[in-house]
Design a protein around this ligand. Sequence first.
Ligand code: COA
Ligand code: ZN
Length: 437
Amino acid sequence: MPYSPYFNPEYETLTRPELEALQLQRLQQTVRHCMNAPFYQNKFKELGITPDDIKSLDDVSKLPFTSKEDLRENYPYGLACVPLKDCVRLHSSSGTTGNPTVVLHTQKDLDEWANAVARCLWMVGSRPEDVFQNSAGYGMFTAGLGFQYGAERVGMLTVPAAAGNTLRQIKFIKDFGTTVLHAIPSYASRIYEVMKEEGVDPRRDTKLRVLCIGAEPHSEEQRRRIEENLGVKAYNSYGISEMMGPGVAFECPEQNGIHIWEDYFIVEIIDPVTLKPVPDGELGELVITTINREAMPLLRYRTRDLTRFLPGDCPCGRTHRRLARLQGRSDDMIILKGVNIFPIQVEKILLKFKEVSTDYLITLETKDGNDIMTVDVELSQLFTDDYGRLQSLEKEITRQLKDEILVTPKVRLLSKGSLTVSDEKKAVRVKDLRKLF
Ligand code: COA
Ligand code: ZN
């Protein structure tokens, strides 16, 4: 019997009224469940609301927003809505100063997450006959285990290659007959560059067919170029570790917007300044409420990602709304090599070294298909010109930055005054010169 085009037809093709009824029921349940956490009890008290005030989907606007700051201030377990003994995993990401953000999962949460990712992978044509290779970092990076369990749920043979070691990735792709690959766009470009150097023709020498690309914003042109070079269909994946990771939203075969799974999430798009909803179809900040999470539900979480709703029904038959490809951030977060970095993290490390000033510039560039970060920083006035000491200082700053931001930057120490810029340009801390291909 041929496969269904849907992994969860009973959810993916619900009529809008059915879907909205399910959302309301799950929202009410979630809000009641949130009262297990003093964090939410206090937020509700401040707003003068109780779970009984949520009578319709529109009432979501009565609920408090949550943000990365809330997660950090209540580190590590302050937002848990179940006893810790019922949790089986946590993921933690660094970011800005202070505490990392922690997301807790029960076994049911992990099962739902695997299901959501499986639904996405199935949607783009992955089937049990496929071989799936994942080039994301494992460990704390949610795209590692997230895609792993999702691909296993589909029933594919999985190759958990993890990040880096491009020659070995290519050998695996060839030898194991990988048909579905997950890689962030810049790394897909890197793989192609190395294939070219090694005389590997992706069309002739590999069975690659589907590429899942996410984590980094990329344009339609960049997607088409990747498709052309690797001889694949590339689909946009949207994940956010605070929601769970990959599996939040994904493109369907139409390649026109990402379906966000509305049986898992209630989605709003707001003006990041007024915090009011933008008119339907306009660009704003994506705000997500989880409606089937046990360990750590998040109400109206401000993702800081900018996008808009796409109008109309999708010909694929799925009724879950589509978002346009992401258009950037409402904060200054950088995404480099699939890793989220805030300039303030760099500043925090530089501040530890009295030998350098706080004038610095981060430059992001692509060299030989590799994205690199250079941190130029000025020496403070009275520092030495002893070359040996400067070299060891550079090395130590590099090491501490790598510990903080998880990628290895190139640090350059400059003499005082080299970075001097006019006052209004002083805020420009990041120069992004990257290109894909
Ligand atoms: N995914 C997979 N491999 C990557 C990568 C990425 N996003 N970015 C870089 N790499 C590769 C590099 O090409 C290099 O391989 P090579 O030497 O065979 O060419 C290798 O990883 C090391 O990269 P390098 O730039 O020298 O080291 P780094 O210390 O700056 O980077 C990484 C550290 C790559 C390990 C880190 O960036 C990482 O783990 N990235 C993956 C993050 C991720 O999975 N995010 C979720 C995506 S949805
Ligand atoms: Zn569709």
